[in-house]
Write a protein that binds this ligand. Structure first.
Ligand code: FMN
Length: 403
């Protein structure tokens, strides 16, 4: 209850305020898992900073009555151009986890992407949301386990599949080993002892975590003959589960719905994804959690938009903390964006209420930015509303992409 009123306080005006609340509510190991990035965290910070390089060119003295924030992603109308990215381990942040986040997305009129690394059953997540829900696939546990989850996702009515291709191995997020993340997820109480004081310093989180049954299993990775995968085994399972273009062909045979390829940064890879039958691509570097020193996604976006040349929808994620960031990405040709940490901070700060708050903030930001820009609808956004640095390669105007 206290966490719920905190996220609704009038002092919470932006995503950074939710981040501060999250930092106070959850143990350091959980916060750093959510907040951190790979190695020197260069890409993590560049993802956010790149938005500062793009400047607006507003049209003044334009009266806007109704500001239309709606758009369509893979045939689904969403009420504003941001969906919730797959965020693993969400149930550690708050017991409501993926169910709470999907419900908040649905109430806001937008979509949710459920990570393979999820503690709630995919059927419950789908049933809890009134919006479109997509399933993000890692091949954890091999093809047989994946076939089982895809079968369940199809029966549950998932709107599409998101295949993440930037994780042949988990990036080294240096904060995690320092905080004893592996020991805390494991079964040895002796190994946990050095890390317990920080957990005990967060009694509210600890109580809800214990009442929720402790470390959740991966309910959506059921290995034949063995049962649900243990969370602590994820790192090793990921390293055995690289998704390749050949896998994509196999997945197309067993999944009849739309397939989105997430985790591309170059025009060449985007073209390959189109050739392999993707219906959309997500320009993403996994929020700076995988290969460090790659391009910030905003900067990679124009190359991908130009390469796919309107054949498929282009989404992007990485570094979005404000509605103005969303608008800039759309001006550069994204159909919509995905937000990861922006809503996960809300989840960690206050469960369902925190995600609702995060989405309210972003939505209000987008509408205000559109009005200040003098643009009445999302489909009207294009490069003429922004200026990008000369050093960014110019791939021409992207106005046609959303038409
Ligand atoms: C805590 C955390 C867990 C994540 N887990 C997954 C995952 O399981 N699968 C996946 O495809 N991406 C995962 N991502 C990446 C996000 O889907 C998204 O690409 C990224 O968060 C976007 O950057 P942003 O956090 O700056 O918005 C995760 C990101 C975070 C922050």
């Amino acid at each position: 209850m206290a966490a719920q009123s905190a996220v609704n306080s009038s002092r919470v005006v932006n995503i950074e305020d939710l981040r501060s609340l999250a930092q106070r509510r959850v143990p350091k190991a959980v916060f750093d898992y959510l907040d951190g990035g790979a190695e020197a965290e260069l890409t993590l910070s560049e993802n956010c900073r790149a938005f500062c390089d793009v400047l607006f060119r507003p049209r003044s003295a334009v009266a806007i009555g109704n500001c239309d924030l709606r758009t369509r992603v893979l045939g689904n109308e969403i009420s504003f151009p941001a969906m919730l990215a797959p965020v693993g381990y969400s149930r550690l942040m708050h017991p409501g986890g993926e169910v709470a986040a999907a419900r908040a997305a649905g109430e806001a009129g937008t979509g949710y992407i459920l990570s393979t690394i999820s503690g709630h059953k995919l059927e419950d997540v789908k049933a809890g949301s009134s919006g479109p829900v997509f399933y993000q696939l890692y091949l954890l546990g091999g093809r047989e386990a994946a076939e089982g989850s895809l079968d369940r996702a199809r029966h549950a009515g998932f709107a599409g599949l998101v295949i993440t291709v930037d994780t042949p191995v988990a990036g080294l997020r240096e904060r995690d080993p320092r905080n004893g993340m592996k020991e805390l997820l494991g079964t040895s109480w002796l190994a946990k002892i050095p890390y317990l004081p920080n957990l005990l310093a967060h009694p509210g989180w600890l109580t809800s975590f214990l009442l929720d049954g402790g470390v959740p299993k991966l309910e959506n990775v059921v290995i034949p003959g063995k049962g649900a995968l243990e969370l602590v085994d994820v790192g090793a399972a990921l390293a055995r589960a690289t998704v390749t273009w050949e896998d994509l062909r196999w997945i197309r045979e067993i999944w009849p719905g739309p397939i989105v390829v997430k985790g591309l940064l170059t025009g060449d890879d985007a073209k390959r994804a189109v050739d392999e039958g993707a219906s959309a691509v997500v320009v993403s570097n996994h929020g700076g959690r995988q290969l460090d020193s790659v391009f910030p996604t905003l900067r990679a976006l124009p190359e991908v938009v130009a390469a796919v040349n309107g054949q498929v929808e282009v989404l992007m994620d990485g570094g979005i903390r404000r509605g103005s960031d969303i608008v800039k990405a759309l001006c550069l040709g994204a159909r919509a964006v995905l937000v990861g940490r922006a809503y996960a901070y809300g989840l960690a700060a206050g469960g369902y209420a925190g995600v609702v708050r995060a989405l309210q903030i972003l939505r209000a930001d987008v509408e205000r930015t559109m009005r200040l820009l003098g643009c009445p609808c999302i489909s009207g956004l294009d490069r003429s509303y922004i200026e990008v640095p000369h050093a960014w390669s110019n791939h021409g105007r992207n106005d046609a992409v959303r038409a």
